[in-house]
Design a protein around this ligand. Structure first.
Ligand SMILES: NC(=O)c1ccc[n+]([C@@H]2O[C@H](COP(=O)([O-])OP(=O)(O)OC[C@H]3O[C@@H](n4cnc5c(N)ncnc54)[C@H](OP(=O)(O)O)[C@@H]3O)[C@@H](O)[C@H]2O)c1
Length: 280
């Protein structure tokens, strides 16, 4: 199985380091021809699209750079998908579960078949790609949320939460990267089509994650708690953030399982603590 990863960023590199048989490209993609050239060079069985525009220092950047965000999150996946269709290469595109704002009336959470309600430029452009790519055969979309990893990184949810002096006390579905890497691999091998919520079953609050951090990593850590609304009214965020709970019936139909969220996050925090403590 030869996997070509497009997008030499955080998630792309994390997948590459786990899959010894994968190759990763950092070539700038501007056209279908650029993708065809990569396919002709590497002859992949499947492509993982881990390229996109997430905004730096955070997603609020996308509010002011709409065209760049549309190019990276909507046009780029369509260019990649068109080349994959021409060459009959399976494409797994990384989407985001942040296309849903608020909680579903179903207590188990939003299903992949539920229409989303994106509010921010980032989430609108990601959802536009989901809508178009889901019309194609031989394409999977793996929606992840609040990626959480044992390896420290600025984009890791653990590092984000401990860096903020004020944290909104909200409850969410999250994606533990170790589990995501296995699920993505399974979807690539099976050439699974459709949308998949690649989030650990259940939901966890920021307060629970920080409590685990204080228990296992740094008992001296301290932060203030604020409401979701105060995040915007106090100027800490430009646009309302997405908070939600997802369920994954499409993964269940394939018999693909992820660890329950509390088990997976605790395991991740224990491994994270070992790395942090070994660096002291
Ligand atoms: N991080 C999260 O919290 C999160 C949550 C949910 C979903 N996702 C999705 O996961 C995917 C990967 O995100 P990430 O966190 O790994 O972001 P990242 O670290 O910024 O990686 C994205 C990569 O895509 C590259 N890229 C952008 N436009 C490109 C183009 N035209 N051709 C080739 N490469 C291009 C970027 O290169 P440059 O930096 O050089 O532009 C960057 O290396 C994105 O689709 C994102 O929407 C991320």
């Amino acid at each position: 199985m030869k996997i070509l990863i497009i997008g030499n960023g955080w998630i792309g590199q994390r997948c590459k380091s786990a899959w010894s048989d994968a190759v990763i490209s950092d070539k700038r993609i501007m056209s279908v021809g650029d993708v065809l050239a990569l396919i002709n060079e590497h002859h992949p069985d499947a492509i993982l699209n881990a390229a996109g525009v997430v905004g730096r220092p955070n997603v609020d950047w996308c509010e002011d750079y709409q065209i760049e965000t549309i190019q990276g999150n909507t046009i780029l996946p369509i260019l990649i998908a068109e080349a994959c269709q021409q060459k009959n290469v399976y494409l797994l595109h990384i989407g985001t579960g942040c296309v849903y704002y608020g909680y579903s009336s179903d207590p188990k959470g939003w299903k992949e078949s539920d229409f989303a309600n994106p509010l921010a430029v980032y989430t609108k452009t990601k959802y536009a790609a989901d809508l178009t790519l889901s019309a194609l055969p031989n394409v999977g979309i793996g929606r992840i949320r609040m990626p959480t990893d044992y390896i420290p990184s600025p984009a890791n949810l653990i590092d984000k939460l401990i860096r903020y002096s004020k944290v909104a006390d909200v409850i969410n579905s999250v994606t533990v990267l170790e589990d995501m890497i296995e699920v993505f691999r399974e979807l690539l091998v099976r050439r699974a089509g459709g949308i998949f919520h690649v989030t650990n079953p259940g939901a966890i609050s920021h307060r629970e994650i920080i409590k685990m951090y204080e228990e296992l990593v740094d008992p001296a850590h301290h932060n203030e708690w604020i409401t979701e609304e105060e995040l915007v009214t106090s100027g800490l965020a430009k646009k309302k953030r997405s908070n939600n709970i997802l369920q994954s019936p499409n993964l269940e139909k394939l018999g693909i399982k992820m660890r329950p969220v509390h088990e997976a996050v605790r395991d991740t925090m224990e491994k994270y603590a070992k790395i942090k403590n070994s660096n002291i």
